[in-house]
Design a protein around this ligand. Sequence first.
Ligand code: PGA
Length: 248
Amino acid sequence: MRKPIIVGNWKMNKNNAETKAFFEAVDGVAASENATYGIGCPFTDLRTALDHAKNLVVAAENCHFEDSGAFTGEVSVPMLEEMGVKYCIIGHSERREMFGDTDETVNKKAKRLIKAGITPILCVGETEADYDAGNSEKVIREELAGSLADLCPKCVGEMVIAYEPIWAIGTGKSASVEIAENCCKIVRDQVKAMYGEEAAEKVCIQYGGSVKPNNIVEYMAQPDIDGALIGGASLKEDSFTEIIEKTK
Ligand code: PGA
């Protein structure tokens, strides 16, 4: 039985004061035995988030795969580990599109995180052009083939994979429940093809892309959707609280 996991992705939003206020308002609501709730926040907010999180789990939004060295502006996995971070988003489409992340670097990040005992939340998803051309399945399978290469079946079973169609991110144009379920099922099938039935049954698969309080319940009701990665609706205390209350 997979435990659902719903994680907010703040992207480049909120300072420390805002982080503290958010956690003071929302953390108490996130106490649940049935689901895990969390927030991915900027590196500069991680300390404040971790200090105020009793129920919410805290995720970094990126990491570097090397432990140290001449990588100006980057943050390594051991640095996150030292802080007590337990989750890290990798391969978000914004990082793939704007900051040069590739399946190869995402794969290196996944390997380093797993070694540190930090759970990767690995994002995949097709562009609007790929969607229109009917290439969603091909893109999902290719991204997973590269990003999940050379891992162990047990490690993959313990990961979180987020399917996020790029055309649905921040657009308000969420994928239909059928599309979301179908693509999350493709993710699970690709995990099965690479790492076997047990890993595929265990791995938590999130849908992401314009998830809101008014559509979260129908996504969560799908057999292959085990959670959500939520951008815009995770920024407001009231909408993220509503999402938690509707799913816990
Ligand atoms: P959105 O973002 O919920 O604002 O569409 C999702 C994401 O980028 O993870």
